[in-house]
Design a protein around this ligand. Sequence first.
Ligand code: ADP
Ligand code: ADP
Ligand code: ZN
Length: 217
Amino acid sequence: MNLILLGPPGAGKGTQARMLQEHFGLMQIATGDMLREHIKHHTDLGQLAQNYMNQGQLVPDLVVIQMIEHRISEADANNGFILDGFPRTVPQAESLDKMLARRKLKLDHVIEMRVDEDALVERIAGRFSCAACGEGYHDKFKKPAREGVCDKCGFGQFVRRDDDRADTVRKRLAAYREQTAPILPYYQAKGKLTSIDGMAEIDVVQTQIRQLLRPQA
Ligand code: ADP
Ligand code: ADP
Ligand code: ZN
């Protein structure tokens, strides 16, 4: 099964994708995480991407398209994947269609997570993640069971993203409205799009998605 999770920054794409990965064995492919890995390892690609990311702008299409092309060719994506943060522009969506067609793969669902903008700002401001395994947390909505210790791996250090500052967040929301929202009608026209309520609690959102994937269960 191949899925796309769509939604503005802070909608809960990463949170839901990780839960789906655990439950269904699908591979989460998150372009934001991949770009941050490049930055961490000081690659050329990372250096290029960092300037855009710090300013809340999208990284050029060609860069992310090539990155995704590589990634979906890898063996662990054969079982199915969840794209989290890609595509983000119409040209990215068109390229994705071509690369899937070449590999005789199909998209099963494009899931739009709808969230109020006011809630997004609060979600992003409180976001942090485990420095070892990347598990995502929130100061108010998803605290580790034991303070200062990751639920998943037991590590005791956490990180916050450089671009989760209020001024950058506003630019990222604008980029979503202007550049990413236009891909909703693209998938709607193909009959692939389902919108779900991303304002519900984390587990309730997950239930909505699983019901969509297994309508008879
Ligand atoms: P995205 O990947 O779409 O940017 P995240 O999954 O990182 O979003 O979620 C953003 C923040 O909001 C995280 O701190 C996460 O723990 C929290 N969060 C995610 N889903 C919900 C939800 N349904 N209700 C409240 N907080 C949530
Ligand atoms: P969020 O879910 O909070 O928006 P991501 O981790 O998905 O954050 O993305 C962080 C940043 O990485 C984006 O603001 C953008 O600069 C860059 N990025 C990630 N995915 C893409 C993409 N598909 N196209 C262009 N830029 C991207
Ligand atoms: Zn961890």
